[in-house]
Write a protein that binds this ligand. Structure first.
Ligand SMILES: NC(=O)c1ccc[n+]([C@@H]2O[C@H](COP(=O)([O-])OP(=O)(O)OC[C@H]3O[C@@H](n4cnc5c(N)ncnc54)[C@H](O)[C@@H]3O)[C@@H](O)[C@H]2O)c1
Ligand SMILES: [Zn+2]
Ligand SMILES: [Zn+2]
Length: 380
């Protein structure tokens, strides 16, 4: 065990004190892991749009002060009682949703919605004792998604950590811990386009472009990218997107534009925007008889989905997914192996790099729609 095991570790963390206000790099104290928990030294983290929504806290419940961050890679520092499958030095990817391997969901081939460890955006404490593991001057700081990776050290339930090939470069595979696996899995595991299909992707950020990558791997003949940001289109070509639609360029609903382009609708569509109108368009643009739409974007808490029931009667299917239906501990190491075998490229998703001290710039890039993923190095 490390010399630090069992002791409180003082370290740097980027704390969000208030909604929408720049994060502040603070000295915090990280308590040792309790039963079934693991303390991880985070090496790299990136920013996913889900962090931004809960930091802005406009359409989400506010919970502050909080340490955000859930897309990351790190190394186990110490483990709590009862953890047998992870040890100091293991390379791990934290995941915002877990896998206990024992509940009905974990035992089902069809679900990754673990009863014990499924995503809970409003919980800011650890499951075992309802307390935080982060403190500043004796006061607790809330966790986010059970991961809180904007900290040099963090405590995570062992069921939310995927142990990966130690030779995988952590400064690249960290993007597989949320966005890229989510988009890829949404297409390959949920939408399941057949070879030669037409696929529409709404939202061409990292999640959407990973969904497009999935469509390319599945052999789609046409991939239609939809985004309000015209700068997204040149980047999207590198991901096999063949056609572009900017809803702002048309005087009619985008689902009608897509239906005209495709002789009645696409075979599959994947929504990766978090915008309720895009979700509805993504469903209404699939072909009747066989079309399947998959929702991935995280909605605001008060959104409701409105469409005419006849759209379902006409044999369209609507689905949704967290983490692309991958089981974090069982499947994520295999996604990392896909990268190691060069079946999946992650470099093209990484457009910016920053030292930890500049973490607020990563928020600016995302707010301004600049680039895809920004890797933040905790060691710098
Ligand atoms: N379900 C999951 O497991 C899961 C996991 C990760 C991320 N997400 C969600 O996926 C979404 C995408 O995440 P990201 O990190 O790629 O974000 P991003 O900000 O990098 O990309 C989102 C893109 O959507 C575009 N967009 C926004 N509104 C639009 C609209 N009405 N029509 C067309 N395009 C629109 C934006 O211009 C942007 O290019 C977010 O909602 C995020 O919270 C879900
Ligand atoms: Zn995410
Ligand atoms: Zn479970």
């Amino acid at each position: 065990m490390a010399a630090t095991a069992g002791r409180v570790i003082p370290c740097k963390a980027a704390v969000a004190w208030e909604a929408g206000k720049p994060l502040v790099i603070e000295r915090v104290e990280v308590a040792p892991p309790q039963a079934m928990e693991v303390r991880v030294k985070i090496k790299y983290t990136s920013l996913c749009h889900t962090d931004l929504y809960f930091w802005e806290a406009k359409g989400q419940n506010p919970l502050f002060p909080r340490i955000f961050g859930h897309e990351a890679a790190g190394i186990v520092e110490s483990v709590g009682e009862g953890v047998t499958d992870l040890k100091k030095g293991d390379h791990v990817l934290p995941v915002f949703t877990g896998e206990c391997k024992e509940c009905a969901h974990c035992k089902s081939e069809e679900s990754n919605m673990c009863d014990l460890l499924r995503i809970n955006t409003d919980r800011g404490v650890m499951l075992s004792d309802g307390n935080a593991r982060f403190f500043k001057n004796g006061s607790p700081i809330y966790h986010f998604l059970g991961t809180s990776t904007f900290s040099e050290y963090t405590v995570i339930h062992s069921g939310c950590l995927a142990k990966i090939d130690p030779s995988a470069p952590l400064d690249k595979v960290c993007v597989l811990s949320c966005g890229i696996s989510t988009g890829l899995g949404a297409t390959l595991n949920v939408a399941k386009p057949k070879k030669g299909s037409t696929v529409a992707v709404f939202g061409l950020g990292a999640v959407g472009l990973a969904a497009a990558e999935g469509a390319r791997i599945a052999g789609a003949s046409r991939i239609i990218g939809v985004d309000l940001n015209p700068n997204r289109f040149s980047e999207a070509k590198k991901f096999g997107v063949t056609d572009f639609v900017n809803p702002k360029d048309h005087g009619k609903p985008v689902q009608e534009v897509i239906a005209e382009m495709t002789n009645g609708g696409v075979d599959r569509s994947i929504e990766c925007t978090g915008n309720i109108n895009a979700m509805i368009s993504a469903f209404e643009c699939v072909h009747d008889g066989w079309g399947v739409a998959v929702l991935v974007g995280v909605p605001s808490k008060d959104d409701s989905f409105k469409t005419k029931p006849i759209n379902f009667l006409n044999e369209r299917t609507l689905k949704g997914t967290f983490f692309g239906n991958y089981k974090p501990r069982t499947d994520l190491p295999k996604v990392v192996d896909m990268y190691m075998k060069k079946q999946l490229e992650v470099e093209k998703f990484i457009t910016h790099r920053l030292p930890f001290s500049d973490i607020n710039k990563a928020f600016d890039y995302m707010i301004n729609g600049e680039g895809l993923r920004c890797i933040i190095s905790l060691d710098e």
